[in-house]
Each structure stands twice: as structure tokens, then as C-alpha cells.
Ligand binder design. Sequence first.
Ligand SMILES: Nc1ncnc2c1ncn2[C@@H]1O[C@H](COP(=O)(O)OP(=O)(O)OP(=O)(O)O)[C@@H](O)[C@H]1O
Length: 293
Amino acid sequence: MSTTPVIEVERLNLTYGDFHAVKDLSFEVRPGELYALLGTNGAGKTSTLEVVEGHRRPTSGTVRVFGRSPDDRRAVRPRMGVMLQESGFSPDLTVRESVGLVGRLTRRTDDVDRVLDLVDLTGRARRKVSQLSGGEKRRLDFATAVYGTPELIFLDEPTTGLDIQSRDAVWATVDRLRENGATIVLTTHYLEEAQQRADRIGLMHEGAFHREGTVSELTRTLPAVIRFSLPASAPTLPVRAAVDADGKAVVETFELQRDLHLLLGWAQDHSVELRDLAAGPTRLDDVFRAINS
Ligand SMILES: Nc1ncnc2c1ncn2[C@@H]1O[C@H](COP(=O)(O)OP(=O)(O)OP(=O)(O)O)[C@@H](O)[C@H]1O
């Protein structure tokens, strides 16, 4: 597989009037990667993706997709599928007509029935877009990204509004596309999905990266937490602990296994019950919460 980046963004700046929305942002997305562009509201994710997708010109900086400018639409557009937050299909078209339209607009070929089946809309093919439920509309949006099995797929909050079965189905389809070598760029506010699936994450805040790296590179910047309640008579703990608002002991540690082992051994030796014991690795949510702290 080629190692030339599918997307290269170098010192991208984007301003709206005198508002600087994207500030000197650089990143690349490699072939076959699932790259999640995450961030706080208004961080600049959509603005960045609009430039990469060729919908918006940068104020300065360079963007390359498959080694070309996104402005080179004839070369780039057929190779990328885009699921926007709202596709804006005409409400009067049927689902089948809408999916067929995607082929004409993107100049990709596919079998409309195959795509309808893939996004589980075969039973709704004759319905007008205006009659679809929110989740069905979202699945129709997903069809725009997967029609013609493009090499690069942008998924902008793909599972928002979907029930759990539809979410699982979307991810199963994405997994199949990835097995065939597709590169995926994801934005989502469901951090769990990014934590489970992203190879790398660019975490944006106020127009720039707060952090960039794999999930473990991001989470290892913060300590894991062990929490429990102690009886008043308990002897001194073997590790340093704070007390939270609920009166629980809180141990913050970069050595979760070692400190948990120490604590459990201590509890056993002193016949102390660590009530409501909870311990877990640092989560992406924690990295997010730490942005403003
Ligand atoms: N057309 C526009 N004109 C002026 N300001 C804009 C425009 N589009 C976006 N902005 C501003 O630029 C900033 C970045 O917006 P953007 O939509 O890229 O953020 P985002 O990271 O996608 O946010 P969210 O997670 O809330 O969808 C925001 O402060 C937004 O208000």
C-alpha cells in the first residue's frame, strides 16, 4: 500500500472577516487510516473539513488530497465520498431517486439497489425524502458517502440521531470499507466511537490542535483514577489520595496496575472493605474535560 498521505494540510489558516477560525493547522491522513478530527464546539473542525473537501478556499496554507489541490474537482471528487451533517436532498425526490442522483453528481458508478441495501433503506426506496424519519434521513446521508465505494470517506457526525442498531450497521459498513483499504475522516461528539475506532485523533480547540496522536498517546497525558469509600476507622492508605465532594477517596495515578495492586493488598492485610471501588483507564472524555482546566 502507498504511504504517500491521502490528505496533507500545511499551515492552514481560515478567517471569516476578522475572526480567525483555523490557525496554522497542519496534519496528514495516511492511506487506510481512520483519522478522527474532534474538538470543542466551534473549534474549527467543519471549517477545516470544508477546505479539505474543496467547498471552501483557505485564507492561507496548503491542502493536498491525493497529492492534488481540492480545487481540482474532476480529479479529486470522484475519489471521495462525503457525508455532511445535512445533505440537503430535495424533499420531493424519492429515496431511490436521491441515491441515483448521488451517482450522477459524484460521477461514481454503483448499483442503486446495492447501496439501498447497504444503508438499510430498501423498504423505503419509494418514499419521499420529506417522509423519512430523522434516522432514515441520516442513513440516506450515509449513502452519499459510500456510493461507488470511494477511496476516501468523510463522515461528519455520522451516527447522530441513529438508534443503536443503525449505529452498529453504519460501523459494520465502515469496517468493511476499511478492510477494502478505504481511508476515513471522522468527526463526532460521541467520544466512545472515536476512542474505539480511530487510529489517530486530532483534538481541536479554538482553531488549533490541543493534542494530536493515537488514543493512548492522548490519554497517557492524564492520570487514571481509582475511587472508593473507606470506613472511618481505616488505617493510613498505602498511596496518596484526595477526598472528593462525596467523601470518597480518589487516587490519581499514572501507574494504575501497581497502585491498584498495592491498595487491594493493603485492604486484604487490614481487613478493610473498599466500598464502591471503581478504577479505570483515562478516557478520551477526561482529555476533553481537561482542555479548559
Ligand atoms: N460562515 C461563517 N462566518 C463567520 N463565522 C463562521 C462561519 N462558519 C463558522 N464560523 C465560526 O468559526 C468557528 C468554527 O466553526 P466550525 O463550524 O468550523 O466549528 P466546529 O468545530 O465544526 O464546531 P461544532 O462542533 O460546534 O460543529 C465558530 O466560532 C463559528 O462560529
